[in-house]
Design a protein around this ligand. Structure first.
Ligand code: AP5
Length: 218
């Protein structure tokens, strides 16, 4: 029988709060957050071939091709810090990625523990993303109104705060279109298979959403 680790998938549109909640879950359950978006941005900062190739897609709001993503995730989830489980934030994002994840977990004698889908209306998404700032040092995510930083330019750790280049209204609109076309079908893939929970995130504060999340994970 497959081993029961705390393997959690966070699904939902851009800006729905996956990264914010992943960081809170990681702290509460002492398991790592695996954000494919953060991994790709790290590759870009490091100037790798993968970073260079994926930037072309990310800057336009398109998905990075599955073949560039799958090996990266497969390698990451086999690292030692994933022994107690892990949180997949932003993966899977296509039906092909979802089936590839199933195959990978099966080959490692593992299975998914929980799938959480964050339902947030489009109008709120745009407001959340265009007001987002992240710390270049620790990755902490802020929002100018909903989760303001201690000072305009700096994180609590002292690192500089930056806006992501793909957080402009034009690119977010394209990311939402791509989400509806390629990622929304993944919801149906998991919905029919149990262990799936829809979290109502619209109009709710970060702490309130986190209470719903932790109720499911405890
Ligand atoms: P990625 O980095 O994964 O971006 P995303 O999925 O579009 O999600 P975001 O990071 O924008 O939002 P989030 O849901 O984490 O929200 P957050 O917590 O920050 O991907 C970027 C790109 O990489 C993709 O477009 C694609 O090109 C590529 N990529 C990545 N993974 C891929 C894959 N698997 N396959 C192919 N390509 C891939 O919150 C947003 C803001 O809202 C913050 O300011 C936050 O403070 C605020 N906020 C959070 N919760 C609340 C709340 N409850 N109320 C009010 N404000 C809130």
């Amino acid at each position: 029988m497959a081993e029961e680790r705390k393997i959690i998938v966070l699904l939902g549109p851009p800006g729905c709060g996956k990264g914010t909640q992943a960081r809170l879950i990681a702290k509460a359950l002492s398991i790592p957050q695996i954000s494919t978006g953060d991994m790709l941005r790290d590759e870009r900062s490091a100037g790798t071939e993968l970073g260079r190739r994926s930037s072309v897609f990310m800057d336009k709001g398109e998905l990075v091709p599955d073949e560039l993503i799958l090996d990266m995730v497969k390698f990451r989830i086999q690292k030692g810090d994933c022994a107690g489980g892990f949180i997949l934030d932003g993966f899977p994002r296509t039906l092909a990625q979802a089936t590839a994840l199933d195959e990978t977990l099966e080959s490692l004698d593992l299975r998914l523990w929980r799938v959480l889908y964050f339902d947030v209306p489009d109008a709120e998404i745009i407001e959340r993303i265009t007001g987002r700032f992240s710390c270049v040092l620790c990755g902490k995510i802020y929002h100018v109104t909903f989760n303001p930083p201690p000072t305009k330019d700096n994180c609590e750790c002292g690192g500089f705060l930056l806006q992501r280049p793909d957080d402009s209204v034009a690119v977010v609109t394209e990311r939402l279109r791509v989400y509806m076309e390629s990622t929304a079908p993944v919801i149906g893939y998991y919905e029919g298979r149990g262990r799936f929970t829809k979290i109502l995130g619209g109009g709710k504060a970060i702490e309130e959403v986190n209470r719903q999340v932790m109720d499911v994970l405890r």
